[in-house]
Design a protein around this ligand. Structure first.
Ligand SMILES: [Zn+2]
Length: 123
């Protein structure tokens, strides 16, 4: 999977103004979101397959489950770095602001509201 590295302390602002480019970006975000959901389904399918295996011990099933769950959690954590939508309102259209403290993206209005309530965590 692609890795995106951001500086730890600084937030990242997107500043796209052209409406046509915004539409293209939105399409890209929708595709990424669908790919993400498909990948999550694969993890759950794999968990189901492992849990329904007949010829292995309970411990082997649990060991395999832990590996799949860890891999899924790593995937989710890594994917949060992709700017596919606002973490709070799921807006996929607007520019987004990355908060390194939350490892998440926010639309400007959700970021502003969050900042009003907790300025220490939203620089
Ligand atoms: Zn939002």
């Amino acid at each position: 999977m692609m890795k995106i590295a951001y500086k730890k302390k600084r937030k990242v602002l997107q500043n796209l103004k052209n409406e046509r480019l915004k539409k293209i970006r939105q399409g890209y975000r929708i595709i990424l979101r669908l790919w993400y959901l498909e990948k999550l389904n694969e993890f759950y399918d794999n968990l189901n397959k492992v849990e329904n295996q007949k010829n292995i011990s309970y411990k082997e099933i649990m060991d395999k489950r832990i590996l799949i769950i860890r891999e899924k959690d790593r995937f989710i954590e890594e994917f949060r770095k992709f700017p596919i939508g606002c973490t709070i309102c799921a807006n996929q259209k607007s520019n987004l602001i990355y908060s390194p403290m939350h490892n998440s993206w926010f639309c400007p209005s959700c970021y502003k509201i969050s900042r009003e309530h907790n300025s220490g965590k939203f620089p």
